[in-house]
Design a protein. Structure first.
Length: 299
């Protein structure tokens, strides 16, 4: 029996998703700009937002398992669906259940599969280990939020000594179950911010969750807002303002996306991705900040 080919290059952002932000007509290259170093680069889409074996952890027998990568590949087929094309540059009924389910699953999975979440997963693990290391007796349950979870103390050594591959396997299970987040998103209001001109950018961490407190208060908090760039002309917004109309397309005033792009840029892990020279985007951000400062001084 031939050996199964294991996926080595794992993209945490679908190449099909990024192609909507491509800088060339063929949809193969995109502008990338780092927060930390260097000038903007025009990069092949296949070479951005990628890490080796991100969704293919090594098992105890030394072999890698890329079942999650293959599952994600099936989900990414949505980005080639005609309905996604309409979402990128047209209008459709955002209250239609199939559209809502598709968007909820894509946003949930894009959020869960990001390496930022893996780093959070590892930090949470280290905190648990540090908190429990000095206890004479291990707990038999933990409470997270309002949910009580039973734990088996006999698993403590394996949990305590988990290495990077074991942590990756546990996180991959979470990624595979991102559909658990989707129902929460389905309960939110979905609207679209639309521009006549291609102005929106995206990033290596495009699902942005914000709250006025600047803390994460949960997806169902009344003031939580989630944004996700669909294309250079469309930005999906989810919130819990159920007193407002659902499924609405709001026109972007003056095609000025500086406020939305600044939010995307601030929440990026490292890189901005866009269809145009990032110098132009940054100049717009600075100009908008200057405008806001002038307006505040004039009050």
């Amino acid at each position: 029996m031939p050996k199964q080919q294991i996926t080595k290059r794992c993209h945490w952002l679908s190449q099909s998703y990024l192609s909507a932000f491509a800088a060339d007509a063929a949809g193969e290259k995109i502008w990338r700009y780092s927060k930390n170093e260097g000038e903007p680069e025009l990069k092949p889409i296949e070479n951005v937002a990628v890490r080796f074996y991100l969704y293919a952890p090594r098992k105890a027998d030394g072999r890698r398992d890329d079942a999650v990568e293959r599952k994600l590949g099936q989900l990414e087929q949505w980005f080639g669906h005609p309905l996604w094309k309409v979402l990128c540059d047209g209008e459709t009924d955002l209250t239609w259940e199939p559209v809502r389910k598709m968007l909820a699953l894509i946003v949930a999975t894009t959020y869960a599969r990001n390496p930022v979440q893996f780093e959070s997963w590892k930090r949470l693990h280290r905190r648990f280990v540090d908190d429990l290391r000095g206890h004479e007796r291990l707990p038999i349950h933990v409470t997270i939020g309002s949910a009580r979870h039973e734990v088996d103390p006999s698993d403590w050594p394996a949990f305590r000594d988990a290495g990077d591959e074991e942590m990756k396997a546990a996180w991959n299970d979470y990624v595979a179950g991102a559909g658990d987040i989707a129902p929460k998103l389905l309960s939110m209001r979905m609207v679209m911010l639309a521009s006549d001109k291609p102005v929106f950018i995206t990033s290596d961490n495009p699902v942005t969750i914000t709250h006025p407190s600047l803390e994460f208060r949960g997806i169902n908090d009344p003031e939580t807002v989630i944004s996700f760039p669909i294309s250079p002309t469309r930005m999906l917004i989810l919130d819990n303002q159920h007193g407002e109309p659902d499924g609405v397309y709001y026109e972007l005033p003056d095609d000025n996306a500086a406020a939305q792009n600044l939010l995307v840029w601030r929440h990026a892990m490292e890189h901005m991705f866009c269809h145009r020279d990032p110098h132009e985007v940054c100049a717009e951000l600075v100009a908008d900040e200057d405008r806001l400062l002038s307006a505040s001084k004039g009050r």
